[in-house]
Structures are given as C-alpha cells and as structure tokens.
Design a protein around this ligand. Sequence first.
Ligand SMILES: [Zn+2]
Length: 291
Amino acid sequence: MSENPSASAVSQAQGANSWENLTKRPKRGVPAGLWLRCPGCGATVFRKDVEKLLGVCPECDYHWYVSARERIRQLLDEGTFEEWFADLEPCDPIEFVDKMPYRERLRREQERTGLRDAAVVGTGMIRARRVAIGVTDSAFMMGSMGSVVGEKLTRLIERAQEEQLPLIIVSGSGGGARMQEGVFSLMQMAKVSAALARFDAAGGLYISVLTNPTMGGVAASFASLGDVVIAEPKALIGFAGPRTIMATIRIELPKGFQTSEFLLEHGFIDRIVRRPELKSELARIIDYCGK
Ligand SMILES: [Zn+2]
C-alpha cells in the first residue's frame, strides 16, 4: 500500500467505479482508478480512502469537485430528497452566439452533465431536520447563474419561507453571472437577493456554503448573504479573478488572497468546515438557531 503503483496500473484499474457514475464528469472530480494522484499534494492515495472522506485527500485535505447530485447525497439523509421545480428549462433570450450558439452549448452541457441547468433545488432531511436545499454545480457552464438558476433559487427561497424551513444553498460557481443571457442573467442577482431579504425579514435561517470555486455574480449575491457563511477549506472565493484585479489596481495581491482561509481571517466568512463534518455541522447550526 505504501508503494506507488505505476501509471499503467492506475489506468488499468479504470472502469468499475461508482463515483464516476455519480459525478458523470470524467475530467473533473475524483478520476477513475484504484489509485488517485492528489492535485493538492501530488501524493498517490488509495481511492477508497478518498471516498470514505467524501472526496477529500487523506494526506493534505484537498477537496475534490463533487457534483450537485453527489453533494445532495452526502448532505441529506438517505432517500429523503424531493426535487422541486425540476422542469425549468433554459432558453436563449438574446440569441447569443460566441464560439457556438448558446442553444448548442446548452444542449452539450445537458448531455455531458445530465442536468438541465446548473442548479438543483428541493427539500430533504439533515439528521431528521427538514430543510430547503439548493446546490449549484460548477460542471454545468461553470455553475454560472442564468435565468433558470436564478428562478430556481428564488422559488426555493420563497417556498422555504412559506413552509418555514431552514434554507441551505451550496455554491459551486466559477462563472458568476451567465453572460450568454446578458441582462436577464444580471437581474437574477437582484431577484435572488430580494427574495433572501424577504426571507430574512420573515425570520428565516439561511446557511450559505461556499465551495471551490465561488466567484463573480454568485459570490456578489446569494452566496455572501447567509446568516451563517461556511466555506470548504482552500476554496477559491472572490468576485473578479486575481489577474483582472492586478491589472486594474496595479498592486501586488497578498498571499492566499481569495482563499477560504484568507476570507475567514478577514471576517468575510464565519467558519471553515471540512466536507466529512459538513452534515453534522449544518444540523448543529440549525439547532443552535432554534429552527
Ligand atoms: Zn493531497
């Protein structure tokens, strides 16, 4: 076990693994094989050990990508998830074309990820506490917020308010607002934020969980508005990317800028929670807040 297997042994072992079927994401997440090379520390680690930790490196605590469905499976009590608003389908309001028409891009992303758009929302139980939960998946157009993501989250928040449920949104969004939908995408930031303000005024509890990456218009709206804001270790969290900021303000950025640890130190988030402890921690916060 302590010997590093050869690269061919790693590739030979590919195939029979359930994780890959769950994430449906060959280029991201935990790759196939009996052994894995950790992108965080470079160590070769036993796949089963990583799976036991819900996709976390046993050596250095690196957190692999997990899909929205897998995240829900990890957080909710088995068999309790009921999806809401699953029939919402993206359209192409400004007939956008970049390298390919937006419609075509959507079709490909849907086929590749098995999702209709980048958010999955619904209800379920966390250690027998009913919650409203939403997850954005960075595999679908970088988890960017288009009209469907905005609408699903808004309806989730409104329903959480109606049914007086604690609300949890797990963000995995590198893309921010979805430029392919122009202003229809930008207005989602205001729409979701307004729904959260009403939810707050009605006394609701909102826990925001930031995962790698949470950037742009997502970080600048619902992801930052939690009553309690939790982040996974070493996640990239920010608004504009470091290069853009450096080019704009022309000063050297501090070390570790835009990581969970830096943001905790500067009071932007409340705590860092490792993935294996996340479910228990969420249950504890709900209890503390008396919800
Ligand atoms: Zn590692």
